[in-house]
Design a protein around this ligand. Structure first.
Ligand SMILES: Nc1nc2c(c(=O)[nH]1)N[C@H]1C(S)=C(S)[C@@H](COP(=O)(O)OP(=O)(O)OC[C@H]3O[C@@H](n4cnc5c(N)ncnc54)[C@H](O)[C@@H]3O)O[C@H]1N2
Ligand code: MOO
Length: 384
């Protein structure tokens, strides 16, 4: 009996152990990787109150509009009614509590300024610790290292961080047409490209003819090399990969999922390494990877949510799907609307090149125009 898509995801979450190999990397090499340790701020930023304008720092007094400018060395604190010249980003001396931009003052004499009537005390000042507090959590374990996270880290002088090792994947493509050279192995190259896009590393890409002994031998070798193996093909009736799963030569954690396409997909463990078995039909293989392979990689990479982020879009063209399963429908979204691909049968080859993501729809025969749908971008870093 096929299990539901949710059950398959649950099995990935409960049976697949995230990888525990750490690597300390320079910040820019860590981009898109997952942090393997919390990083805290060593000191507060800014370290001192700073002026956000080119102008004057004054010790504000409510009844005064004219301020005498002092020259360094300044008295500590600056007395009420006095001020100093400051540039943008400069430290504000003790006692000065308000910044007046230079274009807002009238120079009365050489060392005297007249400030506008409406001044807010503390204006244009960035206070000590306003950006980052000492001890603040800057990067959480299991969080993706992004350009936005780099700002705080580099402002602390942090040049390297601990991340989880990239997931390494080997691909075994099974089929006699592949082995004889009758067809090119576009599935493996497409999967490999996608794995690299997602931040993984591809170790080996091999082709194997449909022979149970040879498949098993190659799988045993590949699980030694990689964190995870993906097989493609030989999953229909009477096929070799399916036979190995059905006879429990390879013990499946699941086999047959109520998804469309890629229903015959399976997940097994060999020497504790996960093997994802996808069908050979090209679109079935790639959408099966999006539905099951992406969550598997996210699980291996400690992602808290193994499903990637999605946005909500409005469906623009009626879509037919399969009821009693989770259908993945590829298409294009401009961020607001979704239009499904003109065709999306599992055996088609090249339609994804015209798509930027897919929607998932469960137990529906169709998705009507105007309906809200989830949309998963291919380009979203899925380990985030
Ligand atoms: N009588 C039935 N037939 C099929 C059923 C069924 O229930 N009853 N299920 C269908 C479903 S669903 C799927 S999915 C496929 C599973 O097919 P396989 O995984 O066994 O596919 P292969 O025989 O290995 O390959 C089919 C076809 O796909 C192309 N291919 C395969 N590998 C590659 C590759 N690496 N790169 C590019 N293209 C590849 C090639 O044209 C193969 O001939 O079974 C249905 N059948
Ligand atoms: O499960 Mo298959 O990929 O629909 O043809």
């Amino acid at each position: 009996m096929p299990i539901s898509y949710q059950e398959a995801l649950k099995i990935i979450q409960t049976h697949i152990k995230p990888l525990h190999v750490n690597k300390t990397l320079p910040l820019l090499k860590a981009i898109n990787r997952i942090a393997s340790a919390d990083v805290y701020a060593k000191f507060a930023l800014p370290k001192y109150p700073m002026s956000l304008k080119e102008g004057y720092g004054i010790a504000f007094s409510v009844d005064k509009t004219v301020y005498t400018l002092l020259s360094p060395p300044y008295p500590n604190p600056i007395p009420l009614g006095y001020g100093v010249s400051l540039s943008t980003g400069e430290r504000i001396p003790e006692g000065a509590d308000t910044i007046i931009a230079e274009e807002d003052v009238v120079l009365e004499q050489e060392n005297c300024i007249k400030i506008p009537l409406h001044v807010t005390q503390t204006q244009h000042i960035k206070k000590e610790g306003e950006d980052i507090a000492k001890g603040e959590l800057l990067l959480k374990k299991c969080e993706r290292v992004s350009a936005q996270k780099i700002t705080a880290l580099s402002s602390q002088g942090i040049t390297q961080i601990k991340t989880f090792q990239k997931t390494t994947v080997s691909i075994l493509s099974i089929g006699n047409q592949l082995a004889s050279g009758e067809i090119h192995n576009s599935n493996a190259m497409s999967l490999a490209a996608r794995i690299i896009e997602l931040g993984g590393k591809v170790d080996e890409i091999e082709i194997c003819e449909e022979n149970e002994t040879k498949i098993l031998e190659r799988l045993k070798a590949l699980v030694q090399k990689s964190d995870c193996v993906i097989t493609t093909g030989a999953m229909s009736r009477h096929d070799a990969m399916r036979y190995l799963l059905e006879t429990k030569t390879l013990t499946p954690l699941f086999h047959h999922v109520r998804i469309a396409p890629a229903k015959p997909s399976a997940l097994s463990l060999l020497e504790n390494k996960p093997i994802l078995h996808l069908p050979g039909l090209p679109l079935g293989c790639m959408l099966g990877f999006e539905m099951l392979g992406v969550p598997l990689l996210r699980q291996l990479q400690h992602q808290l949510c193994i499903i990637p982020d999605f946005i909500t879009c409005i469906n623009q063209k009626r879509v037919t799907c399969k009821d009693n399963c989770m259908s993945a429908i590829p298409g294009y979204s401009d961020g607001r609307n979704f239009v499904c691909a003109p065709y999306y049968e599992a055996g088609r080859l090249n339609i994804l090149s015209q798509c930027n993501g897919y929607t998932l729809m469960e137990d529906q025969e169709s998705i009507e125009e105007g309906r809200e749908i989830p949309f998963f971008y291919f380009t979203h870093p899925p380990v985030s």
